[in-house]
Design a protein around this ligand. Structure first.
Ligand code: ATP
Ligand code: MG
Length: 471
């Protein structure tokens, strides 16, 4: 009896469930009077793509982050199109179109330097989808209708479809309301959706930080417990997501939030340590602030520079360990860099080209301390000098080296020949040993000692011997 009463009171009636389902099948179509999307913010190329597809009888919409940004009045950085056409259909309709992707087959339609990514409506997870033991979906590339496509997306605000021809937004998930309330809501059961793809937890944090949205309670609650699942995501995918996060213009806020949620462990295993060291925290904070500023000003940014910053204090620590074991400075730095990169590449797949740049930026640091003789002239010609110098300025700002060093380099870069000589003379009057006296000693050792040891000796003494032939 009580059970029946309870059921009647708290369980939704069949009619209610049916009406809820119906609500989802028939999407809300939001007109321009309500959404206020400014058509001048929409890419002409994206419009060309939807128009061509529609003229050939296919459904086609601008979709995903672009619609979210348009609703917020922000110019989207890229445009994705979703369509009922198959990748082959799409390819046939455009002159420069390429089918890409293994997990999902997409078409890149190219106009000059601009690329519009076109994907066929896809269905979400079926019951028999192939998963790993934690529920992570390994393959999900079945086509579906638009509703299925809306349901398989991550957040309601990313599941909106804009038709430039009618200037309407098609909304299956109440995403328009969530945009206006600045709320991130996972589509479906958050636990299940995070298990299917743990990267969605990182995306939640990134969007929350970047857009200034809150994460709704049900979507937020499971993150702490499920955070360790990030470890099962393939490293290359994590690296891509990490890059998006670091170059979002809100990297500092993102990383702070990641730490709060316990999500940083699988990403940068050493980040924990970095933030715990006062100097490390200051340095990383400054580096992230400066990157965020560059992104917001539309200036170019370098992933290798940023990763070099994030991992610098780990390099410093291992460098000191090596030296304490009796290793000479430059080989010790080489070992420390290897160790750091090895640990990081296992979890994050820092690509080789970035790793090479990072090594150069780190390797330039001791060399920037040598300012006598020909050394600074050679160093300034080094391919990565600018990055190494910017890195030095950050170190000065963080208080880990004398700001005089940074200022000296700034002046040296700007000065003409005579000015540079004067800057070097000033150094000598301030007590830096004349290079000539040292050079003699170095040459003697140079002929007998192996190359690496030579560099180490030079580094110890502050001369420029290890740069011969490199710059
Ligand atoms: P950004 O502004 O960072 O590009 P975005 O929302 O466009 O944000 P993308 O990574 O470009 O993000 O993805 C495009 C769209 O694909 C998303 O808006 C979302 O609908 C869908 N999507 C991306 N990643 C996932 C995922 N892991 N699970 C479900 N849907 C996803
Ligand atoms: Mg996008």
């Amino acid at each position: 009896m009580i059970k029946r009463l309870f059921k009647r009171l708290f369980q939704p009636s069949a009619a209610k469930i049916a009406s809820r389902k119906k609500k989802q099948v028939v999407p809300r179509v939001v007109e321009v009077a309500e959404h206020h999307i400014d058509p001048t913010l929409v890419s002409n190329n994206a419009v060309r793509v939807t128009k061509t597809l529609q003229e050939h009888g296919f459904a086609a919409f601008i979709v995903g982050g672009a619609v979210r940004d348009l609703l917020l009045g922000v110019k989207p950085k890229d445009f994705d199109v979703a369509t009922s056409a198959t990748p082959e259909d799409v390819q046939k309709l455009f002159r420069r179109a390429r089918i890409i992707g293994r997990r999902f087959r997409l078409v890149h339609v190219m106009f000059g330097n601009d690329t519009i990514e076109v994907s066929t409506f896809r269905a979400g997870q079926t019951e028999d989808a192939e998963t790993d033991q934690h529920g992570r979906v390994l393959r999900d590339n079945t086509f579906g209708d638009q509703k299925a496509d809306a349901e398989r997306r991550d957040f309601t605000v990313n599941s909106l479809y804009y038709d430039p021809a009618t200037q309407t937004v098609v909304d299956y998930m109440d995403g328009v309301a969530d945009v206006s309330e600045k709320r991130l809501r996972v589509i479906g059961d958050p636990v299940k959706r995070y298990r299917e793809d743990p990267v969605r937890m990182l995306r939640a944090v990134r969007f929350a930080a970047k857009l200034g949205f809150s994460i709704d309670a049900a979507s937020q609650a499971p993150i702490k417990e499920l955070a360790p699942l990030i470890k099962n995501v393939p490293a290359a995918r994590l690296f891509d997501e990490m890059l998006k996060l670091l170059l979002s213009g809100h990297a500092l806020a993102c990383l702070k939030r990641l730490r709060e949620e316990g999500l940083h462990h699988g990403l940068l295993p050493l980040l924990d340590v970095v933030f715990e060291q006062p100097l490390g925290e200051r340095f990383v904070t400054l580096a992230l602030q400066s990157t965020d500023e560059r992104v917001r000003l539309g200036k170019p940014t370098s992933p290798s520079f940023l990763f070099a910053c994030l991992l610098w204090h780990e390099v410093l620590k291992l460098w000191a360990d090596q030296r304490a074991r009796g290793e000479t400075p430059i080989p010790a730095l080489g070992i420390a860099m290897d160790q750091v990169l090895e640990t990081q590449t296992q979890s994050l797949a820092i690509q080789r080209r970035f790793a090479a740049d990072m090594r150069e930026i780190w390797g330039l640091q001791p060399r920037l301390e040598r300012r006598t003789g020909k050394a600074p002239y050679r160093l300034i010609e080094h391919l990565r000098f600018r990055a190494g110098y910017d890195f030095l300025l950050l170190r000065c700002e963080a208080g880990e080296c004398d700001s005089e060093l940074g200022t000296w380099w700034t002046e040296f870069i700007a000065a003409n020949e005579a000015g540079r000589e004067e800057l070097q003379r000033e150094l000598l009057t301030r007590g830096v040993l004349p290079p000539a006296a040292k050079k003699r000693r170095r040459r003697k050792r140079a002929s007998a000692a192996p190359r690496e040891a030579r560099g180490a000796a030079d580094a110890r003494e502050g001369t420029d011997g290890d740069q011969k032939g490199e710059a």
